[in-house]
Design a protein around this ligand. Structure first.
Ligand SMILES: *Cc1c(COP(=O)(O)O)cnc(C)c1O
Length: 351
């Protein structure tokens, strides 16, 4: 702390990202990165951008990428907002859409960036407990609020909420924006984007970090009514006109032009997820049903902390949250078949 800090900075509790250790040969299953790597067409597109044009600013509104994403999701380009990762999209929407003097609602077990943005913008956050089975109950979102946000599938539980339940939340809150954070939707869920024309209060966020293997490129977006996009654009253009650089714009566009690669990676993750789930269950774990690229599991006898520590000693890194309700769970990213084998043998009692 220093006398030079603005008062707000003293009260911030920043987000703590999963660690990115520098050790070689690590089995890294802690930050939900995609094990299969981006499409070769993405690499080619980025390489083609490595030229003298880098002296020029990129397109501030990313028109070409917005058109590609709009066509892919069957909406209009003016319904698409781009950000430097969906984390930036989230930050802008907290600023643009959630400051109505009433607490915003999100689950008690969820993405830990939401309370951080509440702190940054001085928004009151009210947590809504998940059920005993770690599910979102739409009935619990029928209470006064300044906005609602939840991931679907939820993180770190992996549990998916059917679209009919998402609609129930939208219908109960016509005067407030409901944000569905779909970072993991491509691993078996159904996107709510089909509902944006029916519900002007719906904003859907997605990212290229998970299903499209581009966590390092930093591209995310939101889709909703053009009025919501305009609010986000006003905030963005009051902060940074050029959140996506030329390489990111080109690489992201190419990612949407290789559907076969995308499908192959998602299918690979989903089939490995089923295999990992069965293996964990046979080792005495309870595994929550997941539609994400990770599983959330607890052992019937051993603590989450001791298991995470034992795995780490074998060079296998998973995520453990020392938080109420979930401290006995491990969040395990689905890796390559070889990484998943290493995880399973690392968890065998006699190994
Ligand atoms: C990974 C993740 C994000 C952030 O994605 P980026 O686009 O990499 O910033 C947002 N929400 C949830 C729930 C996530 O798990």
């Amino acid at each position: 702390m220093s006398k030079f800090w603005s008062p707000l900075v003293k009260s911030l509790e920043p987000y703590v990202p999963g660690e990115q250790p520098k050790m070689a040969n690590l089995v890294k299953l802690n930050t939900n990165e995609n094990p299969f790597g981006p499409s070769p067409k993405v690499i080619e597109a980025i390489q083609a951008e490595l030229n003298d044009n880098l002296r020029l600013y990129p397109d501030p509104e990313g028109e070409s990428l917005r058109q590609t994403i709009a066509a892919y999701h069957n909406v209009k380009p003016e319904q698409v907002f781009l950000g430097n990762g969906s984390d930036e999209v989230l930050a802008h929407l907290f600023c643009a859409l959630f400051q109505h003097g009433e607490p915003i609602l999100f689950p008690d077990v969820t993405y830990s960036f939401y309370p951080v943005y509440c702190g940054l913008y001085n928004i009151e956050g009210k947590t809504v407990p998940l059920t005993d089975n770690f599910e979102i109950n739409p009935e619990d979102y029928k209470q006064p609020n300044g906005g609602i946000i939840f991931p679907n599938p939820n993180a770190p539980t992996g549990r998916y909420l059917g679209l009919e339940h998402v609609e129930a939340i939208l219908q109960a809150n016509p005067e407030r924006v409901v944000v569905v954070d779909e970072a993991y939707i491509d691993f078996g869920g159904e996107t709510a984007i089909a509902l944006v024309d029916k519900y002007p209060n719906l904003l859907v966020c997605q990212t290229l970090s998970k299903a499209r293997s581009l966590a390092g490129l930093r591209v995310g977006f939101a889709i909703g009514h053009p009025d919501l996009v305009e609010a986000l654009t006003r905030v963005k253009n009051s902060f940074n006109s050029y959140p996506l650089d030329r390489l990111a714009l080109a690489g992201a566009k190419a990612a949407y032009e290789d559907q076969a690669w995308f499908e192959k990676c998602c299918e690979g993750v989903m089939s490995e997820r089923e295999r990992v789930t069965e293996s964990l269950e046979s080792l005495g774990f309870e595994v929550l049903p997941s539609k994400a690229n990770f599983v959330f599991a607890r052992h019937k006898e051993k603590s989450g902390e001791s298991l995470a520590k034992a795995l780490r000693e074998k060079g296998i890194i998973v995520r453990h949250f020392n938080k109420p309700r979930i401290s006995d769970f491990l969040r395990i990213t689905i890796g390559t078949p070889e990484q998943n084998d290493a995880l399973i043998s690392g968890l065998r009692p006699c190994s």
